[in-house]
Ligand binder design. Structure first.
Ligand SMILES: C[S@@+](CC[C@H](N)C(=O)[O-])C[C@H]1O[C@@H](n2cnc3c(N)ncnc32)[C@H](O)[C@@H]1O
Length: 265
């Protein structure tokens, strides 16, 4: 199955850099996990088995295991999965977590026969391919969900995200790394085209370029995403902005979060 060149470059070949970025935002993952656990408990799920799709290095899966859930995480990147396993040991949740390398586009085969009480997708992890592929991924995830299971899409970029309308340059710092993004937006096809430049700051005012890569992803309006979810067997129940604050989705807000339930078949 074809792997997008930028996905391979950022998440596999330079996984070392992206792991630093995820480590630099570990506490954000913990906050996201707290809100996810609250939503799950409010829906009567105090325990059970969760699937963290596109789990990265376990930034959210591990805090959820610490909340008492069993968590299976999968990601296409072997270095991320290896790092997640090391972290699961460090946080003493190896007995409650399982991390596997798998492509979301075939995840039903990798986890054939398994059923999960809830599935989570955190950060902008859909949209790397096209709308039809995203729908197919969500359908495959639905086949792994038990009846009444909850799907939480947390803190994804969305079509109303204001940054690229008012400011096409975004800078973020993660420890000694600086991620610089130059964004353009294709209004017709709702694709965000970004040049990512990752720089290392040596602390003495010198910046060295570690990576430069052009990324491209589809971003959705809440309605578009809800429609795709419905076709894939998920009914959207509620919508938030940044899930960490359980804020209302009122643009301009940077994030979109959706909570859906598996539609009975
Ligand atoms: C923005 S990161 C989010 C990681 C994690 N959810 C978090 O919040 O820390 C997107 C993730 O999707 C993974 N990914 C990209 N394409 C994938 C695919 N086809 N199958 C599985 N994982 C994929 C990447 O390796 C990366 O870890």
């Amino acid at each position: 199955m074809a792997e997008l060149s930028w996905v391979k470059r950022v998440f596999v070949e330079r996984a070392d850099l992206y792991i630093e970025i995820m480590n630099g935002s570990w506490s954000e993952g913990e906050q996201v996990a707290k809100s996810i656990a609250k939503i799950l408990r409010d829906n009567g799920l105090d325990s059970g088995h969760l699937l963290d799709a596109f789990c990265g290095n376990g930034r959210v899966a591990i805090p959820l295991a610490l909340e008492g859930y069993g968590v299976t995480g999968f990601d296409i990147s072997l270095p991320f999965i290896e790092d997640a396993k090391v972290k699961a040991q460090k946080y003493r949740v190896s007995d409650r977590t399982k991390f596997i390398v798998s492509d979301a586009r075939m995840i039903d085969q990798a986890l054939s026969g398994k059923k999960f009480d809830a599935i989570i997708i955190v950060s902008t992890s859909l949209g790397y391919y096209d709308g039809a592929t995203d729908e197919e991924i969500l359908r495959r995830l639905r086949s792994l969900a038990s009846d009444g299971a909850i799907l939480i899409i947390a803190n994804t970029l969305h079509r109303e995200t204001p940054d690229w309308k008012y400011c096409n340059r975004v800078y973020q710092r993660y420890g000694s790394l600086v991620l610089m993004e130059e964004r353009k937006f294709d209004l017709l096809w709702s694709r965000l085209l970004s040049k990512w430049i990752i720089l290392r700051d040596d602390g003495e005012g010198n910046l060295t370029k570690e990576l430069e890569v052009n990324t491209e992803m589809r971003v959705y309006t809440p309605t578009e995403l809800a429609e795709i979810l419905k076709r894939a067997g998920w009914g959207v129940d509620s919508i938030y902005g940044d899930i960490r604050r359980m804020e209302k989705f009122i643009p301009p807000c940077t994030h979109l979060s959706l909570v859906a339930k598996a539609i009975q078949t």
